[in-house]
Every structure is written in structure tokens, then in C-alpha cells.
Ligand binder design. Structure first.
Ligand code: FAD
Length: 442
């Protein structure tokens, strides 16, 4: 297998890299909007055609009538947006509401809660406005307590969610086993009924079509390889030619090459998340594990595992992958996930894997994303910490507002820059140490 692109070490990204051999890439690839040649200039150029970039393009073109070009290194949704597990859930990084109350206060936790749910509504309305159904599964997301201690924390989280007006429901271990999933690793669960699941590639296609219909130009196989700041603005040199812009949005997130722009250098840790997908389970196997293709699950470990039954009866199971891109496709990482799957479902005697792939998520030093002006005329949004399907979509809209001079809600995500990792060179070592600690204490 070919080594994977690594944002911290690879000399270049693309062009012309095909989609990874994921389950999504085999589900009848969507018709992407016609690709345009690279124009010589635009008011706003967006780097990266995932959910962040495509939503920013949609909002800039539709709400602000601005001339916008998206330059993507490879194919539309080639990054995380075409590779994820498709959980549309409330998240803005890894901080709990309790953490937000400690740093701010209850009104701020309420405002953050509202923003997270606005993000889910944003995705829902993108799908509703489109004729593509995105294979949605509407049973909601269950956070599974992996230990009795973790279950006590879920009970406290539930009390807090009630104060925030959230519809989340607390389930006992017995209810989880009877109604949702039969696994020894669930000591209880918090069920978020507003969450749902999608085919992530279809969601990207829905967004790309909406952006193109609104007038955005989407240019593929155009990795930005060199960046010049000129008296007029910004000049980007890509593999498909050069383009000048008054403003640039960096929407390359976990795939951002190490030296794309000095203002964002060393402010994100690219981390691999990996997924395996089994051969379709038989009806008897589905019954044994009690799953139906409706709910999404994630556990409470520091290094989490997540899973869902896909519409065709396959089991999707994911978790953290290798540390370096060159190791990402090694079979031992698929094996590691398969072992975790079998520990979750010991009643499944054999499972055959049909798919294994990985993608780079962007982790922020202090566990929450930022949307801000990184340098004059240069804007960015990154650091979703592995849970960005819903939030990146709203973030794109927030970026459009910011670049167009509108005020953003007064929330921590919009009020400061991403903090720099103290020893940017040592990010990988820190990550390795964290993985050792998390595995030892799981
Ligand atoms: C295996 C996996 C499972 C996940 N599951 C979930 C989930 O179930 N729910 C959830 O909420 N989140 C999940 N995530 C995270 C989620 O997918 C991301 O947060 C989200 O897709 C980020 O979107 P984005 O547009 O910001 O970045 P991306 O989709 O990664 O897009 C960035 C794009 O920028 C392009 N690019 C980079 N550099 C350049 C350059 N120099 N020039 C031009 N283009 C460039 C890349 O090619 C890429 O296409 C998962 C991630 C992975 C990897």
C-alpha cells in the first residue's frame, strides 16, 4: 500500500490523488458540480473543498453575492469530509459544558449549547433544501459509558444538559442492552435524539452543488504550493496556475501543509482517525448485537471508539489510527480496530473486513476550534478535534460572515487565535506519550 500524505512531513499534497478506497467511495460516487479552470483573480479564494470551504463558498456567494473561488488540492471532499463516520452531533471540540462553566459561566455554556445545535440544524437544512437524501439515519447518538465511573459522569452531564434545556435522555445499562446495543462495554448511555447520521460524501456533494449553483467556482487538482503577500492582497500559486485575491480563507484543516502560511504554523496537531467496515452482517448477527441501522455510538474513553450499523447491514467501527502518515495504511492498525470491535461484540465470532481507511483531523492545543483573521486578509477555521461534521458546516457560514465584516456571536471560538503548540517540533512525541497514558488508563 502507498504511504499516506502527512501534513507535517510530506513535501507536497496532490494534485490528482484519487479518493481513498473507503466504503463511501464505492457507494455510487455523487455527481460533482462541473469543475472550472482557475480564474486569474477573485475577491475571496478558499483553500480546501471540505465542509468548511464549501459552506464558506456557499454563504459568500449566496448570502453576500461575493466572487469566490475554491481551490482544492485533489478532488472535492478528498479530505476528512469524504472519509468520516457521518455522525452529525453536537460538538465544538473536546471540552465539556462543565469545562465551559469553569472557564466562563452558565450563560456562556447555554450560548455554546445553542451554537452546537444551530450547527446540526444547519446541516439538516442543507439536506432538506436538496433533492439528495444523504442516506440519513435518524435514531440519534448514544454516548456509551465504558465503566461504572464513566457512568457516574454521564449522570452528572445529564443533569447539566437538563439545565441547558437539552432533550438528551439517560439510559441504564439494562435499557441500552434491551433497546439499543448488546455489548459488555456499556454501563449506561446518554442519548442525544437530535443527532443523526449521513453518508458524508453525499453531504459534501449536496453542499458543493448548492455552492456552485449560487455562483462559487470550484477548482480541483489545484494545491496551493506557494503564497505571496502583495500590496494588492494575496497571490496564490497552485499546480493549476496562479490566482490573486483580496481575501483568503484557509479551510485546509487537518490536511494543512506544515508551511502553508506562517500565521498558522504550529497551531494544529494533525491526528489520524481510522475506520474499518465489515462485510454485511447476517440478520442473525445483527440480532446478536442488537443493532439496527438507526443509531450512532461512541464510548467515553480518552481514545474513543465509535460505531454504527450502515443501511446495508455493514458495521462501521472507528478510532484513533497510526501517528505518522507513512504508517497509516499498515494492516496492524486495521487489526487493532478489529480487536477493539471484537472486544465490543464478543458474541460475533467472525467478522470479515472489506474496508479500512484513515484521515487527518486537526486537534487544537486547548481542545476547541477557532475561527479568526490570522493575518490581514487571511482567515481560517480549524481545530475541530475530530468532531466537525456539524460544526465545520456552520463554521463555513461564520467565516463568510467574518470576511464580509459582519459580527459573530460572542463565543470563545470567535474571539481569539488558535494557540501555538509550545514545541511545534515535539507535537508527535507529545501525542505518542498521550496515547500511552490513555491506553494504560482506559
Ligand atoms: C475517520 C474519520 C472519522 C470522522 N468521523 C466524524 C464523525 O462521525 N462526526 C464528526 O463530527 N466528525 C468526524 N470526523 C471529523 C470531520 O470529518 C472533520 O472535522 C470535517 O470533515 C472537517 O472538514 P474540513 O472541511 O474542515 O476539512 P477537510 O474535509 O479535511 O478538508 C480539507 C481540504 O483541504 C485540502 N487542502 C489541504 N491543503 C491544501 C492546499 N495547500 N491547497 C489546496 N487544498 C488543500 C485537502 O485536500 C482537503 O480536501 C471524522 C474524521 C475522520 C478522519
Amino acid at each position: 500500500m502507498q504511504p499516506m500524505y502527512d501534513p507535517l512531513t510530506s513535501a507536497q499534497l496532490g494534485p490528482n490523488d484519487s479518493y481513498p478506497a473507503s466504503y463511501w467511495a464505492t457507494q455510487g460516487m455523487p455527481q460533482w458540480p462541473v469543475r472550472s479552470a482557475l480564474p486569474e483573480q477573485a475577491e475571496v479564494v478558499i483553500i480546501g473543498a471540505g465542509y468548511t470551504g464549501l459552506n464558506a463558498a456557499l454563504s459568500l456567494a449566496k448570502d453576500y453575492h461575493r466572487e469566490v473561488v475554491v481551490v482544492e488540492a485533489n478532488q472535492l471532499a478528498w479530505g476528512c469530509s469524504g472519509r468520516n463516520a457521518g455522525f452529525v452531533m453536537p460538538s465544538t471540540g473536546r471540552r465539556s459544558y462543565q469545562d465551559w462553566i469553569k472557564s466562563y459561566d452558565m450563560p456562556m455554556a447555554k450560548a455554546i449549547h445553542a451554537e452546537q445545535h444551530a450547527a446540526i440544524d444547519h446541516v439538516r437544512s442543507l439536506i432538506t433544501d436538496s433533492s439528495v437524501a444523504c442516506d440519513t439515519q435518524h435514531g440519534g447518538y448514544l454516548k456509551l459509558a465504558h465503566s461504572a465511573k464513566a457512568n457516574q459522569l454521564l449522570v452528572q452531564q445529564h443533569q447539566l444538559l437538563q439545565q441547558l434545556g437539552d432533550a438528551a435522555v439517560l439510559h441504564s445499562a439494562a435499557t441500552v442492552a434491551a433497546d439499543y446495543v448488546k455489548t459488555p462495554v456499556a454501563h449506561g448511555a446518554l442519548h442525544y435524539p437530535q443527532s443523526f447520521a449521513v453518508n458524508p460524501m453525499q453531504l459534501a456533494a449536496v453542499t458543493a452543488h448548492a455552492a456552485a449553483n449560487a455562483g462559487a467556482k470550484l477548482v480541483t487538482n489545484a494545491p496551493v504550493q506557494h503564497w505571496e503577500t502583495t500590496p494588492q492582497g494575496q497571490r496564490l500559486h497552485t499546480a493549476a496556475g496562479s490566482i490573486e485575491a483580496k481575501q483568503v480563507i484557509i479551510a485546509s484543516n487537518g490536511y494543512t501543509p506544515n508551511h502553508l502560511h506562517p500565521a498558522i504554523h504550529g497551531r494544529s496537531l494533525p491526528v489520524l482517525s481510522s475506520i474499518i467496515v465489515t462485510r454485511p452482517l447476517t440478520a442473525a448477527q445483527q440480532q446478536q448485537i442488537g443493532l439496527i441501522p438507526a443509531h450512532q455510538f461512541m464510548d467515553t474513553r480518552s481514545l474513543k471508539y465509535y460505531f454504527r450499523l450502515l443501511p446495508d447491514g455493514r458495521l462501521l467501527f472507528g478510532g484513533r489510527g497510526a501517528i505518522r502518515g507513512r504508517d497509516a495504511n499498515k494492516p496492524r492498525y486495521a487489526k487493532h480496530l478489529q480487536q477493539a470491535l471484537q472486544a465490543t461484540f464478543p458474541q460475533l465470532e467472525t467478522v470479515t473486513l472489506d474496508y479500512f481507511w484513515s484521515g487527518w483531523v486537526s486537534v487544537a492545543l486547548d481542545d476547541y476550534p477557532r475561527i479568526y483573521e490570522a493575518a490581514p486578509g487571511v482567515f481560517t477555521s480549524m481545530g475541530y478535534c475530530g468532531a466537525g461534521v456539524a460544526f465545520s458546516s456552520l463554521a463555513g457560514h461564520r467565516l463568510a460572515q467574518l470576511t464580509s465584516g459582519d459580527a459573530l456571536p460572542e463565543l470563545p471560538f470567535y474571539q481569539s487565535a488558535l494557540p501555538k503548540f509550545p514545541l511545534a517540533q515535539g507535537r508527535r512525541l507529545g501525542q505518542w506519550l498521550y496515547y500511552q497514558w490513555a491506553r494504560a488508563t482506559a
